[in-house]
Design a protein around this ligand. Structure first.
Ligand code: 0L1
Ligand code: MG
Length: 264
C-alpha cells in the first residue's frame, strides 16, 4: 500500500473505528464533523475494508439524497453514494437474523442489476446504462450511526450513507421496462399500507440516478462488477420501523421486495 493510502491515514482510521464500533454495537456516536467529501469517501472505504476483513463480500452500491426535497434540506446538489455488502442483503426472510441497530428506517426504492464490469473512469454513463440487465423494486433500511441522525453531508457519506439492509424483488428485463417514471411503489409494514410514491421521485427518473451515480463513481475511481446491485434511491421519505417488522415494497409492474427487520 502506498504512503498516505487509506489504511495509513490516522484520522481516517480513527473516524472509521468510531463509526464501525457504532454499527457493530448499535450505539450511536456524536457527529464527527467530517468536512470534505474526499475525507468522507476515504472513511467509507476504510469502513468497507473492515467489513470485508470480517468476511462480508461486496454486493453493490446505494444512492442517497435523490429527491429534490432531501437535497434542498441538506443544501447539496449532488447525490451521495454508499456501498452494499453481503451482510446487508436481507432479501431472504430469515426470522432468526440478528443485527445491531440504532434507529432503523425503511424506504421503498428501485434497484438496478449490473451484468458486466464497468470502469467509470474509462467508460461513459451510457456504458453503465447499457450494462444494466435487470430492474427490480427494493426495500432499503437505513440506520444512521449518529445520535438523533444529526449529520452533515461529509458525516453521512463517511457513515456509508446510513446503509444497513436491503431486499430486492424479482429482476425484470430492464430493456422491456422503460420508462420507469410512472411506476408507483407502495410501502407496507406488517401488512399495513404506510406510504407510496412514483419512481419519478428519484431524480425525475431512476435512470438519471444511475447517471448521477456514474458521476460519483468516476470521481472515486470505482469499478462496477458483474452482479452488483445499485439501489437508485427512495420514492418516499424514510419510515421508522421496529425490530421484527415485516417490510415490503410493492409495485403492480415490478412486483414485491420484502425483508424482516432483525432482532437484537
Ligand atoms: O438512502 C438514503 O436515502 C440515504 C440516507 C442517508 C441519510 C439518512 O440517514 O437519512
Ligand atoms: Mg435509500
Amino acid at each position: 500500500m502506498e504512503e498516505g493510502a487509506v489504511r495509513g491515514d490516522a484520522r481516517v482510521e480513527d473516524i472509521a473505528d468510531r463509526l464501525d464500533g457504532a454499527a457493530v454495537h448499535g450505539l450511536a456516536v456524536e457527529t464527527l464533523g467530517v468536512e470534505t467529501l474526499e475525507l468522507a469517501y476515504q472513511v467509507q472505504s476504510a469502513l468497507i475494508e473492515r467489513r470485508l476483513e470480517r468476511g462480508e463480500a461486496h454486493a453493490g452500491w446505494k444512492l442517497g439524497f435523490t429527491s429534490a426535497s432531501k437535497m434542498r434540506r441538506m443544501g447539496v446538489s449532488q447525490v451521495i453514494v454508499g456501498q452494499l455488502t453481503s451482510a446487508m442483503d436481507w432479501t431472504a426472510d430469515e426470522p432468526g437474523r440478528q443485527s445491531a441497530l440504532i434507529d432503523p428506517r425503511a424506504e421503498p426504492e428501485v434497484a438496478f442489476l449490473v451484468d458486466r464490469p464497468v470502469d467509470c473512469r474509462q467508460e461513459p454513463a451510457t456504458a453503465l446504462r447499457s450494462a444494466v440487465s435487470g430492474v427490480a423494486v427494493a426495500v432499503e433500511v437505513i440506520d444512521s450511526r449518529y445520535v438523533d441522525s444529526k449529520f452533515g453531508v461529509g458525516d453521512v457519506v463517511a457513515d456509508n450513507a446510513s446503509a444497513v439492509g436491503f431486499a430486492v424483488g424479482p429482476w425484470l428485463v430492464a430493456s422491456e421496462l422503460s420508462p420507469l417514471t410512472d411506476h408507483e411503489i407502495e410501502l407496507f409494514v406488517n401488512g399495513q399500507h404506510i406510504a407510496a410514491g412514483l419512481a419519478s421521485e428519484i431524480l425525475g427518473d431512476p435512470w438519471a440516478a444511475l447517471d448521477a451515480f456514474h458521476n460519483v463513481a468516476r470521481e472515486q475511481g470505482w469499478m462496477l462488477q458483474v452482479g452488483d446491485v445499485v439501489l437508485a434511491g427512495a420514492v418516499t421519505a424514510a419510515v421508522e420501523v421496529g425490530r421484527g417488522d415485516l417490510v415490503s415494497a410493492r409495485s403492480n409492474v415490478l412486483g414485491t421486495a420484502q425483508l424482516r427487520i432483525p432482532e437484537p
